[in-house]
Design a protein around this ligand. Structure first.
Ligand SMILES: C[S@@+](CC[C@H](N)C(=O)[O-])C[C@H]1O[C@@H](n2cnc3c(N)ncnc32)[C@H](O)[C@@H]1O
Length: 200
């Protein structure tokens, strides 16, 4: 079996990959991760999706490719330079809201009276920044609707990990596994993934 042999990437992926290489962005999501995200996005017709850490928009492109016309995606990143690639290639998609903001401020803002109710929670959260995984995990998971997917990657050793990061990974995995409100699956595949589903 060949993981990507039969997978057709989103039409715009090659352009984002090419611009990502030119920028020298070192934290790009793998295609296998994107393929899984696309399938999960397709499981949520009309869903509200959130990505923490747009980067250059690789996973954003896969998510959009899986979403139906009624679904929406908010993607947040603090780095406008990387995010500019996503804006250039994907920014005209009316389902997409690209937010340039610290994810901590974004999550705190959602918790403010009125805003969380306005959003009503999310059906899929791809937490691809430290925030939402290693910090503010509870606040992030509180935004997950019943049946919603919480997805993280880079659970296997990565060249981009900062010094001292490695011991934090098993702690996060144990924290997620211990939560009674989630069904959690770990996948030693692609960069190392976790898919957790909020129990009804
Ligand atoms: C692993 S990369 C994201 C990769 C991207 N999702 C993809 O599919 O290629 C992590 C991103 O988190 C962003 N980031 C780091 N600290 C952040 C913060 N405090 N708030 C928002 N984004 C942050 C970085 O700028 C970086 O683009």
């Amino acid at each position: 079996m060949d993981d990507l042999g039969t997978t057709r990437p989103p039409a715009c992926l090659a352009e984002i990959e090419q611009r990502t290489a030119v920028l020298g962005f070192p934290m790009a999501s793998e295609q296998r991760t994107g393929a899984l995200l696309r399938a999960l996005a397709a499981a949520k017709p009309g869903g509200q999706l959130l990505e923490l850490g747009t980067g250059t928009g690789l996973a954003t492109a896969w998510l959009l490719d899986g979403m139906d016309p009624q679904a929406t995606l908010v993607t947040v990143d603090i780095d406008p330079h990387a995010q500019a690639i996503a804006r250039a290639v994907l920014g005209s998609d009316p389902r997409l809201d690209i937010v340039t903001e610290d994810a901590a401020a974004f999550l705190t803002g959602l918790a403010a009276p009125g805003r969380a109710a306005a959003r009503g929670g999310f059906d899929l959260i791809f937490a691809d920044a430290m925030i939402g995984k290693y910090t503010m995990l509870d606040q992030t998971l509180a935004l997950l609707r019943p049946g919603g997917f919480y997805v993280i990657d880079d659970m296997l050793p990565q060249a981009s990990w900062p010094e001292g990061h490695a011991p934090r990974v098993p702690c996060l995995l144990a924290t997620l596994a211990a939560r009674a409100d989630l069904h959690t699956v770990t996948l030693a595949w692609s960069s190392g993934l976790v898919v957790a589903v909020r129990r009804g």
